[in-house]
Design a protein around this ligand. Structure first.
Ligand code: NI
Ligand code: MN
Length: 284
């Protein structure tokens, strides 16, 4: 009998202990400016999306500072497409951290061939296509690759008379990143609005939508707000703007349009980190 009570006590402590852990579980989302974000899971895995860390908006890249210097751990690099403002510093980061590449096979192949991306990190089961879902980070994260209406090519540093300046980058994409005990995050990449964003919203319960609002090359702020509504975002955050000439300078119009549509808005500052407890963002 004493043994049974002891067992119950042990079980009770185990259950209480784990629920305390659940309460303490936090996911961190950081914006480096432009389309570059990191997601740090409750268990400490680090995903980088479109890691152009040396973009001019990143405070860590100012005054001669190198944002890659402080980068210690990266487990996965997710690339929406091959354009330079999205591939960014992926090759250098991969070499420095051993991070595994998550993108389409054509982009991966050409990054290895033309940009010296470490092949072992680019030739794994994390190479995927639109419509697919993969489980990574020891089961803690599911990544779905979603469509984007855009173009995709890889800048070829070895371009010359016989080699074109741009190589094929496969289809451009977006990502839905589902963190266990954390938020579901939609990163639109660089895209036009498309009505099937509604399907993304129906299929995935999007807690946080990171939407390109800069216009010119992709969604104008008005259509980005419509995208937020279509994916059913519980919170919309703008990205891909004010980094270089030609893309919208501020998020005001996006915020105003979101207000009309009843979608909550949050403006991150480059360099800012927000914290999620479970699926909820902690407000300061
Ligand atoms: Ni692009
Ligand atoms: Mn872009």
């Amino acid at each position: 009998m004493i043994k049974v009570i002891g067992l119950f006590a042990a079980l009770l402590m185990l259950v209480m202990g784990s629920s305390n852990q659940v309460r303490a579980q936090e996911t961190k989302v950081r914006w480096f400016g432009h389309a570059a974000f990191s997601v740090t899971t409750p268990k400490g895995k680090v995903l980088l999306i479109d890691p152009w860390l040396r973009n001019p908006s990143n405070p860590e890249a100012k005054d001669g500072k190198d944002p890659l210097a402080s980068l210690t751990r990266v487990d996965y690099i997710l690339l929406t497409h091959g354009h330079r403002d999205h591939v960014g510093d992926a090759v250098e980061i991969a070499k420095k951290t051993g991070a595994v590449l998550v993108c389409n096979p054509e982009l991966a192949g050409n990054l290895v061939k033309l940009a010296d991306f470490p092949s072992k990190q680019a030739e794994t089961e994390a190479i995927m296509g639109i419509g697919g879902e993969i489980t990574i980070a020891d089961g803690e994260v599911i990544v779905a690759m979603t469509p984007a209406v855009h173009s995709s090519s890889v800048f070829n540093p070895k371009a010359g008379p016989s080699e074109p300046e741009r190589a094929y980058g496969g289809n451009p994409a977006g990502f839905v990143v589902m963190v266990k005990d954390g938020p579901t995050i939609y990163h639109s990449g660089d895209t036009a609005y498309f009505k099937d964003m509604e399907t993304i919203g129906e299929e995935y319960k999007v807690d946080l939508a990171l939407l390109n609002i800069g216009g010119h090359f992709g969604m104008e702020p008005r259509m980005a707000a419509r995208a937020a509504k279509s994916v059913g975002a519980r919170l919309a955050v703008p990205q891909h703007y004010a980094t270089f000439p030609g893309i919208a300078a501020d998020a005001g119009e996006f915020a105003a349009e979101l207000k009309k549509l009843g979608v909550p808005f949050y403006e991150m500052k480059p360099g800012e980190t927000v914290t999620f407890r479970g699926r909820e963002m902690k407000r300061k």
